[in-house]
Design a protein around this ligand. Structure first.
Ligand code: MSP
Length: 592
């Protein structure tokens, strides 16, 4: 218990001030959004939604946006034969639309081509220059156009046959470049950056801290922070020198400040960021350059970098050339956007790459959202069992008896007693997959209880003699659904809302504190009417009890539409996360 508490506090780090500023990377507009991009955004969104739910007093702010300068973007616009500003506008809008469809609750969407951002970059540059951290120098080195970065010999691979050198990290070709650049004195910040990286819970998961410390064990070279305007003209001019433009990564990183209104001092109300969510490919920029730039400008670096790994598709890296890029809009047509959010957050783990496959997504969503969650709601709300359509209150003597005599009732109570503390610990560390595991375990326990208690055998007893027991079983089941609905709000906000709406849970009773109000925490000696919150109330007749329709392949459609047997065969997974309760629903949705 104590160890778990200490671990939790370590995860939390210094995250207890009232401002809680969270960012996603800003997305390149050289191509349309894919599920990898959406992944960065849903992690940040679920983190912020949890923060608001658990710490309602904290001032949460989420910023996302698009990264629109540089050669890459220039080239993409040229390939599409569209003026570059129009091209940026079109792709940026697609990101905005996808994020809206996925219910990302961002407070700002920043574009690096906006005037407010250009002003911020110019001021940030002047500050670095004014403090003596930027100097002019003749620079030569291997330059990778695709990655917009100079690389050292140790970061390259030579292809003997062609004589071409490639970036070891990205695999893109490099070319020898000689030019006059402005340089940033990165070398002077080596110790400060190392000190920052080493702080408790600074870089999460911990494996990425190790990667940064390995890089920092070698001397850091100074870094070029400008490009000749004649080579990279689609960029922000260096203040006072039109022959140079600001290096796109310096430009892009400043978005986190410009969104807050920097250089207006009001930005300090939210500074530094509580958490910056990034993919593993941009670790060096956020874990070394960014803290160094900030320290050089006299600003605090972020409190935490949360680094996630990548999605592969059927085991392969996603790429246009492999024609395997997964479009979130298309995926959502198959699984719904809530289904896609659930899959990304609950199947992905930050420390290693996740594999996206349609088969897997379909199996998990059917098993967890349709069969385990949705089906239990349908059963508890079925008119045959619940003709008055109520969320009943448990009757004290039947509750005590069920807990005494039905093992599955005890298991359900134990599971619900642990739900809040466990899920809190997992959410605090962004371990969404463990939140899902814990919630699904509680729902399995609820399904098992429902099966064991056999409420259908209590229907129509003499003069309603069985009604109190039947009501108690339904009340216990609905408590489990309500608690899981509250917990799942940050992950599947729309589905959780529909579930809580159906159960007529008032908006004021959907907070984290309300997890304590349930049959499992009830003093067995208390009378059934002692708690006014627990009075029977009407279900919402306007809301459907059908939460998530099973997804069915076209080829399986005829088979799936037949009535399901009582004990439908369940899919299994290696993590045993797909163990489901009984009775698949017969409702289906079809994928092409
Ligand atoms: N523009 C830069 C970031 C600048 S932040 C100051 C950039 N853009 S990106 O569009 O290429 O990537 C944005 C985010 O998407 C990164 O966090 C990246 O890791 C993430 N992903 C890109 N491909 C991905 C997968 N295949 N899987 C998961 N996330 C991936 O980098």
């Amino acid at each position: 218990m104590l160890i778990r508490r200490i671990k939790l506090l370590k995860c939390l780090g210094a995250r207890y001030s009232s401002s809680h500023y969270v960012t996603t990377p800003i997305f390149y507009v050289n191509a349309a959004p894919h599920i990898g991009h959406l992944y960065s955004a849903v992690i940040a969104d679920a983190h912020c939604r949890y923060q608001k739910l658990r710490h309602p007093a904290s001032d949460v702010r989420l910023c996302t946006g698009t990264d629109e300068h540089g050669t890459k973007i220039q080239q993409a616009a040229a390939i599409h034969n569209v003026p570059v500003d129009q091209y940026c506008q079109e792709i940026s809008s697609r990101y905005r639309e996808v994020f809206q469809a996925a219910h990302i609750q961002n407070d700002d969407f920043i574009r690096t081509t906006e005037e407010r951002h250009k002003q911020a970059v110019a001021q940030f540059w002047r500050t670095l220059h004014g403090r003596g951290h930027i100097y002019s120098a003749a620079y030569s080195g291997w330059y990778c156009v695709s990655d917009e970065v100079f690389l050292t010999d140790s970061q390259l691979r030579l292809d003997e046959a062609s004589g071409t050198r490639y970036s070891l990290e990205s695999g893109h070709p490099v070319e020898w470049t000689e030019e006059t650049n402005y340089m940033f004195r990165l070398s002077q910040f080596q110790d400060d950056v190392r000190h920052w990286v080493k702080q408790e819970a600074r870089i999460r998961p911990a494996k990425f801290e190790k990667i940064l410390l390995d890089t920092l064990s070698e001397p850091l070279p100074d870094v070029s922070v400008s490009r000749p305007s004649n080579r990279v003209h689609w960029a922000i001019p260096v203040p006072g020198d039109d022959t140079q433009t600001v290096y796109v990564w310096l430009d892009a990183l400043v978005n986190y400040l410009s969104s807050l209104g920097y250089p207006n001092e009001k930005f300090l109300e939210h500074w530094p960021p509580a958490q910056q969510v990034i993919g593993k490919d941009i670790l060096k920029f956020h874990g070394i350059y960014w803290p160094a730039f900030l320290l050089a400008a006299g600003l605090q670096p972020p409190q935490q970098l949360y680094v996630h790994s990548h999605w592969t598709v059927d085991g392969q890296k996603m790429s246009k050339s492999k024609h395997n890029v997964v479009d979130p809009v298309q995926a959502a047509q198959q699984y719904t956007m809530e289904g896609l959010r659930y899959f990304l957050l609950c199947e992905g783990v930050a420390h290693s790459d996740g594999n996206y496959s349609q088969v897997k997504a379909q199996r998990i969503l059917n098993s967890e959202l349709a069969d385990t969650l949705g089906n239990l709601l349908s059963r508890a709300c079925a008119k045959s069992l619940n003709p008055c359509q109520v969320y009943p209150q448990p009757h004290a003597e039947h509750l005590a008896d069920l807990l005494q005599s039905v093992d599955a009732a005890k298991r359900l109570r134990d599971s619900l007693l642990q739900l809040s503390e466990r899920c809190e610990a997992h959410y605090e560390c962004n371990h969404f997959h463990l939140v899902a595991d814990t919630t699904m375990a509680a729902l399995h326990a609820a399904n098992n209880f429902f099966e064991s208690a056999k409420p259908w055998e209590l229907k129509g007893g003499k003069e309603g003699a069985n009604e109190p027991r039947l009501a108690t079983i339904i009340a216990m089941t609905m408590d489990a659904l309500r608690l899981c609905g509250i917990v799942l709000q940050p992950i599947i906000p729309q589905l959780a809302t529909r579930l809580l709406d159906k159960l007529s849970v008032p908006a004021s009773q959907r907070g984290w504190d309300c997890l304590n109000e349930n049959f499992a925490r009830r003093d067995s000696s208390s009378s059934s009417s002692s708690n006014s919150n627990s009075r029977s109330h009407q279900l919402d007749g306007q809301s459907s009890a059908m939460l998530f329709q099973r997804i069915v392949d076209e080829k399986d459609k005829t088979v799936e539409q037949k009535p399901q047997p009582q004990q439908a065969k369940r899919s299994k997974s290696k993590k045993e996360r797909l163990k489901t309760a009984t009775n698949a629903t017969t409702a289906t949705t079809t994928t092409s």
